[in-house]
Design a protein around this ligand. Structure first.
Ligand SMILES: [Fe+2]
Length: 467
């Protein structure tokens, strides 16, 4: 009898899964990424072996296989061997350049089309559910208030953006949830499709459908973490053998990508940088990593010279703070030391002069800084789902405190221990209305940016936590 009941239960589960599959079809995700010079590319993740066609204004465009299904050989990861496993991708990843058109769809799903002058931008970052054994960090992935990326994605989609910027760190379910932990019980883990789907594609679906994405790569997407899926699914450029994070011997190639620009129209552009492999110590400029980041900076400078106004998007902030606490003493840590040490060679501003706004994540909070020196404003939007960094930042910075040598803050705002997203509405050639939203989309702070200068109404947001 017991066996019969179990069989019946399994059949019910199987039937439900079958119905879900039938309702959704083989396509697991369909979205649009923006690459070099804003070139739009449709991406599809499907359980089918073959790729579907994209319909543009009723015309079918064939998609090609970017990555075939497969289980990649076990490789060294950031975790110990017992906490690592081979990455399984039982899905086909498809791609097709997306020409200009009025309507686009794939498998009956509408695809968002890029506009030449996006005026409404959503900025999110650090969105996965943190399960990391070595840090004893086990975020409650099963609780929509404690892991709220799905809510954030739905609220951000309701803003109806023209463009979504993700400042990096998508995959956090690196290790198994410990037995007896109800908060994350049953979570998938590792760096394969199941983890990426649970951490990013499923909760992020409404926002992936809302607008094309400019996606920056975080340190959680370095080769020894989520880099394999980064290359197979997310990176806007071509997937090349040897640059795919499969063989650790090639990580020196797979961990770096060239900067690229996404035009915003009217003399403005985004420039996306890949800082995924940056550590937080000074780099010898003659070392292999030093040479890589010097080359990146030279290419960034060349792109920045093309327009009078650039917004630089990079996972690690260079002109913001992260607070840490030891034995009750709080330290304000400066911007990323690896990047500052290279970007600052012969340049006290750390970025080309036409870069007037910096967007980053990595620190799990919202933060804004403006400077009395001629440094660009920095915004940090690492507060969109991952367990927050809750060591408090001061409401007012001590006079001599600087996130980088020579940069003197004149305005500082933060929101600690609150989840949400940022929006930017363009109000002029070099000006933006910037809003800070909670998970439900409610505005908790209002900021503006004009050229290199920015300010927010509230220095330190304090709102009750939901739930
Ligand atoms: Fe990060």
């Amino acid at each position: 009898m017991k066996t019969n009941l179990l069989v019946t239960g399994a059949m019910v589960v199987s039937l439900a899964a079958g119905l879900a599959q039938a309702a959704d079809g083989p396509i697991q995700s369909a979205f649009v990424v923006l690459g070099d010079n804003g070139a739009a590319q449709a991406r599809v993740v499907t359980t089918d072996g073959a790729c579907p066609s994209v319909q543009i204004d009723g015309r079918a465009i064939a998609m090609t296989v970017r990555a075939a299904p497969g289980t990649l050989p076990l490789r060294t990861t950031r975790s110990t061997p017992e906490l690592s496993k081979a990455s399984e991708f039982a899905v086909t990843v498809c791609e097709a350049p997306l020409p200009r058109g009025k309507t686009a769809s794939v498998g009956g799903r509408p695809l968002p089309l890029p506009v030449s002058d996006p005026k409404r931008i959503v900025v999110i970052g650090d969105t996965g559910c943190r399960i990391k054994t070595s840090d004893s960090a086990f975020q409650a992935c099963n609780d929509a208030n404690l892991y709220p990326f799905a809510k954030v994605a739905a609220s951000a989609a309701a803003f109806k953006p023209d463009l979504v910027i993700h400042v990096g760190d998508y995959l956090y379910r690196e290790n198994p949830c410990p037995a007896g932990n109800a908060g994350c019980a049953g979570s998938v883990w590792g760096y394969g499709w199941d983890s990426w789907n649970a951490d990013f594609f499923a909760p992020g679906a409404p926002l992936l459908a809302a607008a094309p994405w400019a996606a920056a790569r975080g340190n959680h997407e370095s080769c020894n973490r989520g880099g394999q899926a980064w290359w197979r699914i997310m990176d806007a450029r071509a997937l090349k053998a040897g640059q795919d994070c499969i063989d650790p011997a090639n990580d020196g190639v797979g961990d770096y990508t060239d900067p690229y620009a996404v035009p915003l129209g009217n003399g403005a552009q985004l420039i996306l940088l890949d800082s995924s492999n940056a550590l937080n110590n000074e780099i010898d400029p003659a070392s292999p990593m030093g040479l890589k980041y010097r080359d990146m900076y030279a290419k960034y400078s060349a792109l920045a010279a093309k327009t009078p106004y650039s917004i630089m998007v990079q996972h690690h902030p260079i002109l913001a703070f992260a607070a840490t606490e030891k034995a009750g003493a709080i330290t304000l840590n400066p911007g990323n030391l690896s990047l500052l040490s290279i970007f600052g060679i012969g340049n006290p501003w750390y970025v080309p002069n036409s870069t007037k706004l910096l967007l980053a994540g990595h620190v799990h909070l919202f933060e804004q800084l403006s400077f009395s020196t001629t440094h660009p404003s920095q915004f940090v939007a690492g507060f969109s789902g991952t367990q927050e960094d809750i060591v408090p930042l001061p409401e007012k910075l001590p006079d001599t405190t600087a996130p980088a040598p020579g940069a003197r803050p004149s305005a500082f705002s933060s929101w600690i221990d609150g989840f949400g997203f940022m929006t930017m509405e363009r109000t002029g050639k070099e000006s933006w209305s910037i809003l800070v939203h909670d998970v439900d989309g409610k505005v908790v702070n209002r900021c503006t940016a004009q050229g290199k200068v920015s300010s927010c109404e509230i220095a330190q947001v304090k709102v009750p936590k939901p739930g």
